[in-house]
Unconditional design. Structure first.
Length: 175
């Protein structure tokens, strides 16, 4: 994906997320800075905020789905050692990065993407968000406090906000 198409994709994802999360984002303020700045800069409730985006995608599951369709009705064996948690991999990657923000707060948006042309091969969360939060996201964030002001998890297919940390005021995290 070219740099321009990547930035265009990120802005589209960010706008979908901002609408689903009902954030007070000034859509005219959204820009895509170059690295080492985070992916999106915008005005949120009148204040500048950066958002770093991370697409949650596991290459193992789409390949397994294709193999299952190819050999159906035979069963396909999955090598559990090759299955990864894309959420853990992406969060570790983002937590290990240095961002040039000039003191502007940065938030992290992790998102499950989909391919409109073939929803069967789309990457959807297979484990409830509250379970992943408790066992994957929260322990990693506790080990790296202060890097991101807030972390969000968004699913594009349903336009659903799955989780945020810390929780927003008046928001109850499922346990």
């Amino acid at each position: 994906m070219s740099t321009d198409s990547k930035k265009k994709h990120e802005r589209a994802v960010f706008l979908e997320f901002a609408q689903a999360a009902q954030l007070g984002v000034d859509s005219e303020s959204i820009v895509s800075p170059d690295e080492p700045k985070p992916d999106v800069l915008c005005r949120l409730d009148g204040e500048p905020v950066y958002f770093e985006l991370g697409r949650l995608l596991d290459q193992t599951l789409p390949r397994l789905r294709l193999e299952m369709m190819r050999v159906a009705p035979q069963q396909v064996q999955m090598d559990v050692m090759n299955a990864r948690l894309p959420e853990r991999v992406m969060l570790e990657q983002k937590l290990g990065k240095n961002y040039d923000t000039d003191g502007v707060p940065v938030e992290l948006l992790l998102y499950y993407d989909f391919d409109e042309s073939n929803l069967l091969l789309a990457d959807f969360p297979v484990m409830p968000a509250e379970l992943k939060a408790r066992h994957v996201w929260e322990p990693l964030l506790a080990a790296h406090p202060g890097i991101f002001r807030r972390v969000w998890v968004f699913e594009r297919y349903r336009k659903a906000l799955l989780w945020s940390f810390p929780p927003r005021p008046n928001e109850v995290q499922a346990r």
